[in-house]
Design a protein around this ligand. Structure first.
Ligand code: SF4
Length: 318
């Protein structure tokens, strides 16, 4: 470290940030399963989209796989917070495996909505990102062809529903609130009879994290979102930061990914973390700034969260 006087910098810490109740519960489920059954415990897909979290659970004895057929039948398997197509637990049952479903209850709520509309004879439109595990899981609640996926306003014009008067929509939980609102308008305009939730299915954690980024975006020269490239809610935070006026909005997994040259001359920087990024990584980033700047931290809290989800009974009894 240089002995020169460090330049001053205000670090705006967005709140809420980081772990949501669904991520917290999913991690607890893996830890409690390891306590109950010992290692190895198999986990289908990254339990949450964060390498740091996945690596630390792997160190404790979790084995991450992509598909059920990679798991031995005599070890427990956990399904990730994003949810799974119906066929997955059905197959686990058929193979007589012990499994624990760590699907976030707010994702399960969307699954139930989809099933309810399907039972009423409506075809579904899902607003979400193709290929994301949550979207695969939600679409996999209904038979093939029953869920039409739209990612953008433009996609709305391209879908051909069975009966435009018998439609309902659902959304991925981690979308951009503003982009989704525009897609919902497009759906309502093209299909006036479409049924849906009051606004969308975007969860409280996604909504709150985006609102806190909007609150700081106008005051900062740069925004760092701590999160993984495959984390939908983290990537949306970067987009929200740019759209709300912070041109240099970057996703970083750890402090070592910060491009210090790119923010030379910055005097105000914002930091937040996606719903699957642990607070220890926020501390790491703040410390990296303290190494280089005379930092004043300003907490900008736009909401308080006190949501907590119970772990499944089989583990509570452990
Ligand atoms: S981001 Fe929302 S839906 Fe996803 S795990 Fe967290 S609370 Fe659940």
């Amino acid at each position: 470290m240089s002995m020169d006087k460090k330049p001053p910098l205000t670090l705006y810490l967005a709140a809420p940030r980081g772990f949501c109740a669904g991520v917290d519960r999913a991690i607890k489920i893996v830890e409690m399963a390891l306590q109950k059954w010992g290692a190895p415990v198999y986990v289908r897909h990254e339990i949450v989209h964060n390498k740091f979290v996945v690596d630390s659970l792997r160190d404790k004895g979790a084995v991450f796989v992509e598909e059920l057929d990679e798991c031995p039948t005599d070890r427990p398997v956990i399904f990730s917070a994003h949810g799974v197509p119906k066929a997955v637990p059905a197959e686990a049952k058929r193979r007589e495996m012990v499994y624990v479903d760590a699907t976030c209850p707010l994702v399960s709520k969307v699954h139930v909505e989809a099933e309810r509309h399907h039972a009423a004879g409506l075809q579904m439109v899902m607003i979400g990102h193709a290929g994301h595990p949550e979207v695969l899981g939600t679409m996999g609640q209904l038979p093939e062809g029953e869920v039409l996926l739209v990612e953008t306003v433009e996609d709305v014009a391209g879908i051909t529903p069975r009966d435009p008067a018998r439609l309902a929509f659902i959304t991925q939980t981690t979308l951009s609130v503003d982009d989704t609102a525009a897609i919902v308008v497009a759906l309502n305009t093209r299909f006036p009879a479409i049924v849906g939730p009051a606004k969308e299915d975007i969860c409280y954690a996604t909504t709150n994290r985006q609102a806190s980024v909007k609150a700081i975006a106008g005051r900062i020269d740069a925004l760092f979102v701590i999160g993984a490239p495959n984390s939908s809610n983290s990537r949306r935070l970067v987009e929200v930061g740019s759209a709300a006026g912070c041109a240099y909005s970057q996703l970083v997994m750890r402090a070592d990914q910060i491009d210090w040259r790119a923010i030379e001359g910055a005097r105000a920087v914002g930091v937040t973390a996606g719903a699957s990024a642990p607070e220890v990584l926020v501390d790491e980033v703040v410390d990296a700034f303290r190494d280089r700047y005379e930092v004043t931290v300003e907490l900008v809290e736009t909401a308080r969260e006190n949501v907590e989800f119970k772990v499944p009974r089989v583990l509570r009894e452990a």
